[in-house]
Design a protein around this ligand. Structure first.
Ligand code: PHE
Length: 459
């Protein structure tokens, strides 16, 4: 929770404090685990470029929309919609965000649990200092398929997240992450530099950054837009909640731009580590890779032990990296739990403790099948349970949420009210006509088209 300044509810002390907190929510496994995974699954550079375009035109648009609604109402999503348009179905968008929060938390915590497991493994020296692709892949497969280990890790992540939210010690975490996130950034730069100097780095970079136009497809667009929403924590009211704490004098436009920029930067760097390392190890050309290699949900966890083993002082590097990744993931899980908790506290008058505990337990229960779907239980694995949850909640429903947030702002609340709110801290909004066009037409239309297309594609 932000420290108190001007209003009773409390505000972020400064714009920088807000940017750190919001980037803390945005930067996490979405950029470091999910982005490279989708790049690998969707043909490489074509996905990277589509993602950048999606962030620029849709992500930034929805980010500013959420911050503006949040700051105007100074409320969490459900009461925010009620305040602007009382007695209308718009409040359903807020409820959808609450539901997305619970479900995304459930499977996201499984991946965060993997990061916790890997942190523990690096401490205990489970990774040899020379590790081959086969060994790394089989270590991951064994770990992810061990029901006991993954469930303990899942429980630990949810317990920690619940503790932080129930005690309202979020500000403590945010203060810490202000120091730790720059350290993560430096570490990622160093790992990226090492990856780039590997002998086989070139093919990885070609795959990652040189787009092949035959790779573009509506499916890529669908996943890239989904990734823009997921990585920027958009579409479920997280940024609305964060926006509700921004003082009126602050500039929402540049804040939104900074959060988008820092998140994308981390994602791009994560890919610069993963693909050169992977291609160096596998000795494949981009074409061979696309035809022969099967990208797995564990991609990040399979590749990082390899690059770490190639670092001087790799053991320490590994410990530091997984510790920071864990913290980055926790600042994201905290922001997910905050949305449903705020709903129960603000609207149902539950105590913070009871609300966070109830949602925490629910997310754990919902997370169990996801945790067991990476080899633990065969029918869940075959069904690809976790990936299906991610497809539904992390891609489709966040995009639907974003669509309704744009429509709400443009047609129910009205653009001019939003522009009044924005102008409080931003006198010269140069991109104003572009943003207005995007909120009104481009972002909603793009999301609608993509959703229709996917229905057609998947029958
Ligand atoms: N943006 C977070 C990440 O990339 C995930 C997230 C999604 C957080 C939705 C909150 C809401 O790790």
């Amino acid at each position: 929770m932000p420290n108190d300044q001007s209003s009773e509810r409390g505000n972020w002390g400064s714009k920088v404090a807000f940017i750190f907190a919001a980037s803390g929510s945005a930067i996490g496994l979405g950029s470091i685990w999910r982005f490279p995974l989708f790049v690998g699954l969707n043909g490489g550079a074509a996905f990277v470029f589509t993602y950048l375009v999606a962030v620029f035109f849709i992500g930034f648009t929805v980010m500013l929309a959420e911050l503006t609604i949040g700051r105007h109402t100074q409320k969490s999503p459900v009461p925010a919609f009620k305040q602007i348009k009382p007695g209308t179905p718009w409040v359903l968008v807020g409820y959808m965000g609450v539901i997305c929060g619970v479900f995304i938390l459930s499977y996201y915590s499984v991946i965060a649990g993997w990061a916790a497991g890997y942190f523990y493994k690096t401490i205990t020296g489970a990774f040899p200092s020379q590790i081959s692709w086969e060994d790394s892949a089989s270590l991951f497969a064994q770990f992810a398929a061990d029901p006991l280990q993954v469930l303990i890790c899942l429980a630990a992540i949810i317990a920690l997240t619940t503790y932080v939210i129930s005690k309202g010690v979020k500000s403590g975490i945010e203060r810490w992450s202000k120091i730790l996130m720059p350290v993560l950034f430096v570490l990622i730069i160093i790992l990226a530099a090492r990856a780039l100097t590997l002998p086989g780095a070139k093919n990885g970079l070609l795959f990652y950054l040189k787009p092949d136009f035959s790779d573009f497809s509506p499916t890529i667009l669908f996943f890239a837009v989904g990734q823009a929403f997921f990585s920027l924590s958009l579409g479920m009211g997280t940024m609305m909640t964060y926006g509700s704490y921004i003082p009126k004098r602050e500039n929402l436009v540049s804040s939104a731009a900074w959060v988008c920029f820092s998140t994308v930067l981390i994602a791009i760097l994560a890919g610069i580590i993963i693909f050169p390392t992977l291609f160096d190890t596998l000795q494949l050309t981009p074409e061979q890779f696309k035809q022969e290699f099967e990208v797995d949900t564990g991609l990040m966890f399979q590749v990082f032990p390899i690059i770490i083993s190639k670092m001087p002082g790799g053991h320490i590097f590994g410990i530091l990296f997984f510790a920071l990744l864990l913290i980055a993931a926790l600042t994201s899980t905290i922001s997910m739990l905050e949305v449903p908790t705020a709903y129960l506290v603000d609207e149902r008058r539950w105590s913070r403790r009871k609300a966070s505990l109830a949602i925490g337990i629910m997310s754990f229960v919902l997370g169990v099948p996801s945790a067991l779907s990476a080899g633990g239980v065969s029918f869940l694995t075959q069904f690809n349970y976790m990936r299906k949850m991610d497809l539904l909640f992390g891609n489709i429903l966040l995009a639907v949420g974003g669509l309704f947030i744009c429509l709400f702002l443009a047609y129910a609340w009205k653009i001019r009210n939003a522009l009044d709110e924005i102008s409080l801290g931003c006198k010269t909004f140069r991109l104003r006509p572009v943003w207005v066009f995007n909120v009104r037409f481009l972002a909603p239309l793009a999301v609608i088209l993509i959703l229709i297309f996917i229905r057609v594609l998947t029958g």
